[in-house]
Design a protein around this ligand. Structure first.
Ligand code: MN
Length: 724
């Protein structure tokens, strides 16, 4: 029988009972440390009371009980008992280290650190806190699991706190601990925390939902039993033995659905969830078949998380059917093992086995975050990363052969390319998604099938770092850039060194011939020739440093000065232009000459296309420019307007009006009212007492142009306005 998780606040829990529960999953448990910790914590907290008036010790004891329910290891349970002694009882970390173990001390210290984090609601500071939590997690994931157990009990007893504190704690829990528990796959904790948050943050909604779900409680109970019996019977008919349970859904998940579908309390339909637990995967699909042939399935509600597990390892089949009495019911089908993972997530796999794939995956995730923590400067950016990362489920992308790759939300073709192979990523120029060409900026959606296009001449650029979401792609691009930088420096360095050697009447060639090059490398205590060049290229070693190596050469100083300035010139050439300098971004290329085509004169907002000209860089045309159609298709590149570039673009409009006095000034007024500058105006009289004006104005983008045109069109005397 599967073990039902119940985290309710326990008032009476003896050491013996705790031991008995641990024994049920660690039969050979050694209780020495547990007994010691139990007495140590009880002693340390003597005389302290909780807001509920109970002895403080009831709190660590409940935390330990939750960890036992999650089937955590002995170290975690012991840490659970001790988790508040440093903070609340002035126990020194060293004492825990000596009395227990350095490992347990480290968990408790980690917990104390987290509890000192002052959570604020502002996104910036929240990111700061998250970063600290990530650091704590990376050291030992158990710190976070114990912390979740701690928060769980505090939330369960939140009613004893002041109103203000209730709101603050609940918000913090929803912002930080719920996403964490979700990402770690500990759904039992997540579901309960969410409901508790709803209860304190939106009590009106919580109690209305509670009322609604509890309404006709006995009737509902009867209905649940009926459904269970019916499902059991159908399954048995096909000789399938299963454990079937049913319950009302978590309030928070109902609440989320209400919001997502925009429905009211009265329209809430499927509030019941049933679970069918079977022995193996084959039986899961068999059970699904039986359910779908016995009840009418609701289209679009079937999800196969067995074939494609969620990013937090959750596996299950989900479907919604019309049950007895035409009530919609949700049914989850999974194996006992999957159920354990679904309820306790990473905790279910808590073993010190190196080869445990699930644990490794979760740790990899923490590791990735840690890397971000080091590479990302601003808190806002880090928060962004964290938020997408904590969004579970990920997206699933298909290769042309039908293989599936899992990526993070917001991933682009580059992320996919790097997930396939570094080489593919490094040379990626674009992709076909569901048969359509897309740019590297394209955001992938779950279920997309993608074909990556590569080119031998393509290489990663710094811009790419902004396009990718996955840690793997980021680090691969960085690796390339570092190597590229090194190669460049090596090249420059070699040139500088060769030039400098001339001062000393030799050259690299000469030096190598004379067998002196190795001596020079040794002189600077470097591993190889390459490193010597790189040092010269980066200026860490300068030509001046050669003087000591060639003591016999006189008056080298002046010449060396010359070489130094040459060095500076070279390094300058390497410094890239900043992004803001370019009005147009060219996919995958920096520092490329870009001109706007005169034939179609595109302005920001126009859909554009780049055309590689011979010797004049890239010309930018509108996508419908006839010139492009006539050109060589292979020369097209994707380009786009740089949103960070603030510029004014000249454009001409022709206005045809009825020839009336003062018309010029009213048109000017209309244009100026948009804050737009008129560069020139040309007036011409047409037959039939019509006037024609050509205005050259400066606009920011297409929408601004449209705004002006419609403002001018609105004038009574105006017949037509067109862009010329
Ligand atoms: Mn605590």
């Amino acid at each position: 029988m599967r073990h039902q998780l119940d985290f309710s606040h326990e008032r009476e829990l003896s050491l013996e009972e705790l031991k008995r529960r641990i024994k049920s999953y660690i039969p050979a448990a050694d209780f020495t440390m547990l007994e010691k910790a139990y007495n140590f914590a009880k002693n340390a907290h003597t005389g302290q009371k909780r807001s509920s008036g109970e002895d403080y010790f009831i709190h660590p004891l409940n935390v330990a009980a939750t960890l036992v329910r999650l089937r955590m290891d002995m170290d975690s349970i012991v840490a659970g008992l001790l988790h508040d002694v440093i903070e609340d009882c002035d126990v020194k970390p060293e004492e825990i280290e000596q009395e227990f173990s350095p490992e347990m001390a480290e968990i408790v210290v980690g917990l104390t650190k987290i509890s000192k984090i002052k959570f604020k609601t502002k996104e910036e500071s929240q990111a700061e806190n998250f970063r600290k939590m990530v650091v704590a997690m990376a050291k030992d994931l158990r710190v976070i699991i114990v912390k979740l157990a701690d928060r769980m009990h505090n939330m369960r007893t939140l009613q004893y706190m002041s109103d203000e504190k209730q709101k603050k704690k609940a918000q913090e829990t929803l912002d930080i601990y719920v996403p964490l528990s979700s990402r770690l796959g500990i759904n039992s904790v997540k579901g309960e925390l969410e409901d508790l948050c709803l209860r304190f943050l939106k009590p009106d909604i919580y109690y209305r939902l509670a009322e609604k779900v509890a309404m006709k409680k006995s009737e509902r109970k009867k209905y649940i039993k009926e459904v269970i019996d019916e499902i059991q019977e159908k399954l048995l008919h096909y000789s399938l033995r299963a454990d079937v349970t049913g319950r009302p859904k978590h309030f928070y998940s109902i609440y989320k659905k209400m919001i997502a579908r925009g429905v009211d309390f009265d329209q809430i339909q499927d509030v019941l969830a049933f679970r069918i637990i079977v022995n193996n995967i084959t039986e899961c699909y068999k059970a699904l078949g039986i359910i779908h042939s016995s009840f009418t399935p609701i289209p679009g509600r079937f999800k196969d998380y067995i074939a494609i597990p969620k990013i937090n390892n959750y596996q299950s089949l989900h479907t919604t059917v019309i049950g007895p009495k035409s009530e919609r019911i949700e049914i989850q089908i999974r194996t006992f093992e999957m159920d354990e993972v679904a309820e306790t997530g990473v905790a279910a796999h808590w073993k010190y086995k190196e080869d445990d794939k699930n644990i490794r995956r979760n740790l990899e995730w923490v590791q990735e975050l840690l890397e971000f923590n080091q590479s990302v400067e601003s808190n806002a950016e880090f928060m962004n990363v964290i938020k997408t990362d904590l969004d579970i489920g990920g997206i699933f992308i298909f290769t042309p052969k039908g293989d599936v790759k899992e990526l993070k939300y917001g991933s682009t073709p580059l992320d996919f390319a790097y997930a396939v192979h570094t080489e593919v990523g490094d040379h990626c120029v674009g992709a076909k998604v569901n048969g359509k060409m897309v740019s590297l900026r394209h955001t992938l959606k779950s279920g997309d099938s993608i074909d990556i296009l590569t080119s031998k001449t393509q290489t990663p650029s710094r811009e790419w770092l902004k396009l990718v979401k996955t840690g793997r792609a980021k680090s691969k691009i960085k690796q390339f850039l570092i190597k590229e930088e090194r190669d460049k420096n090596s090249l420059i360095g070699k040139e500088i060194l060769d030039k400098a050697l001339k001062v000393f009447t030799t050259s690299l060639k000469g030096l190598r011939k004379a067998g002196e090059l190795d001596k020079l490398i040794k002189n600077f205590k470097l591993p190889d020739e390459e490193e010597l060049y790189v040092r010269f290229g980066t200026g860490k070693i300068t030509p001046k440093d050669l003087v000591s190596f060639f003591p016999s050469v006189d008056q080298a100083e002046d010449k060396i000065k010359e070489i130094d300035s040459y060095h500076k010139q070279l390094s300058k050439a390497v410094i890239r232009k900043t992004r803001k300098d370019n009005a147009i971004l060219v996919e995958g290329m920096d520092d490329v000459l870009v001109r706007l085509a005169l034939c179609c004169n595109p302005i920001p907002g126009d859909p554009i296309q780049g055309y590689i000209t011979t010797g004049r860089g890239i010309t930018v045309h509108t996508t419908d420019c006839p010139r492009i159609d006539a050109g060589d298709f292979n020369r097209l590149v994707s380009v786009e307007w740089n949103p960070e570039f603030g510029f004014k673009h000249p454009v001409k409009i022709r206005v045809i009006t009825h020839d009336k006095p003062g018309i010029l000034s009213s048109i000017s007024k209309a244009i100026n009212s948009y804050g737009i500058n008129i560069r020139s105006a040309l007036a011409k009289s047409l037959p039939d007492t019509k006037g024609s004006f050509i205005f050259e104005i400066e606009v920011k983008d297409y929408s601004e142009l449209l705004g002006v045109i419609s403002a001018v069109e609105a004038l009574e005397e105006v017949i037509s306005v067109i862009r010329v």
